[in-house]
Write a protein that binds this ligand. Sequence first.
Ligand code: NAD
Length: 480
Amino acid sequence: PAPEAAAPAHEWLDAHSRRFGLYINGTWTEVANERLFDSINPANRSVLAQVTQASSDEVNAAVAAAKAAFPAWSQTSGHVRARYLYALARQIQKHSRRFAVLETLDNGKPIRETRDIDIPLVARHFYYHAGWAQLQESDLAGYEPLGVVGQIIPWNFPLLMLAWKIAPALAMGNTVVLKPAEWTSLTALAFAEICHEIGLPKGVVNIVTGDGKVGEQIVKHPDIAKIAFTGSTEVGKIIRSATAGSGKKLSLELGGKSPFIVFDNADLDSVVEGVVDAIWFNQGQVCCAGSRLLVQENIADKLIGKLRTRMEQLRIGDPLDKAIDIGAIVAPAQLQKIEQLVAEGENEGSIKWQPSWACPTDGYFYPPTLFTNVAPASTLAQVEIFGPVLVTMTFRTPDEAIAIANNTRFGLAASIWSEDINVALHAAARVKAGVVWINSTNLFDAAAGFGGYRESGYGREGGKEGLYEYLKKSEVKKLK
Ligand code: NAD
């Protein structure tokens, strides 16, 4: 792609001298050189900018700012809060190219995805929750906001996860301290800037960057009323025990190993495109990725043949290239994790299929991968790989399909493919997953609640249900 394709992001980074402090109480903190760390473009290993590891004093200052802002913000009428949320949505749209390119540079995901999926969904989330802010006094009477909310997010959809967290929290009258993932902080910092531009009252949104230690401090802070976390099941468990007995409200959106079930009467050409969206979208770094393909035995060879052909056609490379299907893996540590799990799968006796083309070597790339001959109890079938790796198992009957689908510690999502709606609905009712798609996959909307069963977490984000995560029953007694 022409170099100017990246200009909207590079100009913005240059305007900040590529060194970022934290956004606390409506201002940027002084940059402390000794606490800067690099934010890398995983497609070419270049340093995009330097970001701050927040100190303990800075986290305390962020929480204090959010606490001081809470009384006024929570008492601001819903109509007025809605105006701020609409303004944020419009500002995201106005700067959508900057956000899309910045996200692609920082995360490695294809520009086609950030431009057409991530950023439009971010704006949609703010518009949707602006609507709820206006309805709060009428439709959510009897509830009140919680106070200061600590929000900790992962790197796979950086700005979208921020929107999932911040939009409902603000709409319902809470104030926020948010920590982005250390590999992908840049769009959260660009978001802080638009909070400033629209005149959001100081302290309502505070962005603190840094690693898990900063997250730990947020989790333990006594002035925080709720923790909203999206990330790995392992860290989710740590947070759950760290908050036990604290009285903090908690919502956890964790990992998955979601089944993608194909019955023999499915439209196989649609299934093939569905698989591309399920596991090769965002390099498979999707919590609800359809990472376990369960296919009815009598059509398995035919479907695998079609998938291998399709895999060969996928284009990998510079994520800024609009023709690219697969970008870079977010960081070397994540690439190593994928390589290790794939090697383990081969040791377990599963058969690995990859395209004949080679990956670019200038960044952290991994090819689309398909495993056959996978045992349901194997590591490959049980562990979340969080990469572009699909594992295939076969079944004979619907009962067997459901038994394999539910043989997991997770329960985030499921995708079911059949041209017979009764077969699909019957399976949908029995699969243990928070989200079930029929003849489709990885579809999201702000109005649809999202969340998991079992070790995929608890609590819901999105929809009316998601609002209650940021509310408690009002303690104000009605006057008789
Ligand atoms: P991670 O758990 O390693 O990190 C997530 C966030 O937690 C980061 O900001 C990190 O700095 C912070 N953190 C790390 N240790 C912490 C601690 N002890 N206390 C507090 N915060 C801490 O996850 P990741 O690698 O960034 O993201 C990938 C995982 O996220 C996958 O398992 C994926 O399935 C999951 N995920 C889930 C959803 C969902 O909605 N269910 C969405 C996206 C990603």
